[in-house]
Structure formats: C-alpha cells, structure tokens
Ligand binder design. Sequence first.
Ligand SMILES: [Zn+2]
Ligand SMILES: [Zn+2]
Length: 409
Amino acid sequence: MRGRELRGELDAFLAENEQDLVAFRRDLHRHPELAFAEYRTTQRIAERLTAAGLVPSVLPRGTGLICDVGSGDGPTIALRADIDALPLQDEKDVSYRSTDHGACHACGHDVHTTILLGTSVFLAQQAAAGLLPGRVRLIFQPAEELPGGALEVMAHGGISGVDRIFGLHCDPRVDVGQIGLKSGPITSACDKLSIRVKGPGGHTARPHLTADLVFALAKILTELPAALSRRVDPRSSLSLVWGKVEAGTAANAIPDDGLAEGTVRCLDENAWHAAPDLIKALLESVAGAYGVEATMDYTRGVPPVVNDESSVDMFAEAAERALGPGSVVPTQQSLGGEDFAWYLESIPGAFARLGTRTPGGTTYDIHQGTFDVDEQAIGMGVRLMAATALTSLWDSPIPTLDQITNALT
Ligand SMILES: [Zn+2]
Ligand SMILES: [Zn+2]
C-alpha cells in the first residue's frame, strides 16, 4: 500500500473517527493537567489504546505512557506527543473551556495528544491487517513545559532501539492544512543565569578602601553581553538579557552583596554547549578587575531542536501523500524552547509545525489564555503522523540477517 491507497484509507478512517477525536480533545481541554500531574489524561489515553487492542505502559510516576504498535521485525520509528497544560487561566468563551482556573491547554498539547491517539488507532488497524512493515513506538510524554518530561521518557528506555523520531507542534501563524518544515535548528536554547556579587562594603566616601560593588555589578551587567557578542559567532545569535538586578539600600553606603538574573538564548547547539564556561570566564575577569567576588548559577533549559535533513524529507514526502501537493511551507527558527530537542541529541528525527489557523481567521498566539485551534487540524495531524510513520518505515533499509544477529548478541 503506497501513496494514493494510503490517502483513501486515511479518508475512510477519519470519516468514521474524526468527530470522536474532536470530542476527545475537548474533554482534555476541559480538564487540563500540569506537568507531572497528568494522571487523568494518562488514564484516558491508556483506556483508548487498550480498546484499540494495544498494550500501553504507563511511566513509573503515573503520568505519561509508552506503547508499541507492530512486530519487532524491521526498523522502529517513534512518534511523540506532549500531554501537559500550562499554569494560566483559560480566557476563551467556548463550551470546552477549562474547568480548572489554574490550568489551560494554551500550548495545544491537547491537540498533539489527540492527534497521536488517532494515529495510534489507525496504525493499530494497519498492523492488524499486516500492513505495518516495522514497529512504531508511541510516546505520550509528560511535562514538556517544565521542561524535563523528555528526559524522564529517556531515563525509562523510551527511545532505546528507536531508529528515528517524529513530533509536531501547533503553529497558530500557519493555516490549517499546511505543514511548516525546516532542516537544521528550528527552536532555540533558553537557559537561566543568576549572578551573585560579594564585597566588603563601606562608605561611598571611600570606594578606594573597599570594593565598589555597585559599580562592579554595573560593569558586569554591560560588559558580559558586550564581550559575548565579540567572542561568539554572531550567526549563533547568543543573547544574554538581564531581567532582574538588586543591590544596596542607602545612597551613601556601598553594599556587600548584589544580584543579577537573566536569560541566555541561543540558536546554535555548539555555542549553547560552550556558553556556561565562556560566561563564567568573562564574569571572573570583570569581577576580578574591581576586587569583588562573583559566583554564577547557570540553569540549563533545553538545547535547540535540530532537525535531521532526511527525516524532514520523510515528513515532506508524507505531507504530499496524505495532505496533497503544496501542503508544505517553509518555516523559520523560533526563539522558543521545546524539549523534543533532547531526543534529537541521541537519535535522528524531525519536528514539524502544524497549521492551526482558520484561513482568513484570527491569528492566535501560544501561551496565551485566548489560544485556540481550528479543529480540522486534528484530522490533518493524524494524516501527517500516520503517513510519516509509514513513509519512514517504507524508506528505512530493512536490516540484513547479519545486522539482526549482531543486535541480538
Ligand atoms: Zn508551551
Ligand atoms: Zn508546546
């Protein structure tokens, strides 16, 4: 079964199941759950997978699950959806508005979850009909927003034995029916930096007898971003921006303690890996020049999502097959972060942007209480993910007997 037949099968599957999938999404939307608290969501997904004849395995914390479809012969492809909501209030006036004032599916993870559920049921039917030439691992990942859920999945063997992984995210700036694709980096790294400066303190009349801590802190605030812009390749767009500064209590007293906090964003993976050591060295040299002691607390966020070119090609081929010609549009690297990046540090794969805007309709933004999608995106997402899994299995070389024997020994 290829191309045209797949499209027909997807049409038939969605004619029967699309309404039910929309209802499933609305139920999740009414009952959003925050990172690592997605117990109800996990239960709902597990019930549906079990009803489709699959055997889901819930992660040890009780949130998120993994489930394999198909036999162990041939390659293994993973499809990932994130299932958590955000800690903000739903501001929409719709029948499926969140019933929890402190949580809202404002990043579209309810849509991602529903798409993967629909894809799972379709692939289970394909496997039962003997049409799945390999194995598909379904990853319903908790806690993307924390972030950390991807690491939790990986710590429990979620991608061991997986050859390639695919994921998608709602994009409210792209019309429904279109898919945004890009090879190479597609999201950015975002880390948090906190710097504490200490000195002896003293009277502002005698800065030469102590260490002028406020002056030194001001130098750190301006010199670090300036020096970084000259030490790092400008194409990596590494930017350090301060969001919080504190020091002192009186106009005529030099304080003994100060604090600066900010974020480090970066488009390039190599520059991201090098950033903490470089910032620490710059900090020590500036602080040392003014006789103050500076310590740094660098909290890693996520690396950029770096799409593998051949996996992007598979996404594009699948989109042409399942959504028709002209469905793929170019997309740009965003300054947002996405923990799918952790998987792609270990195995090849790609992350796509799924159009969710009604053509001619409102352009929403994610992480806003007003965010919503054109629910036709659910069917589009099922078409895309099912076709991508099959395309990837069809295109992956079948392992030789030697490779299978080596893998077993
Ligand atoms: Zn988000
Ligand atoms: Zn998200």
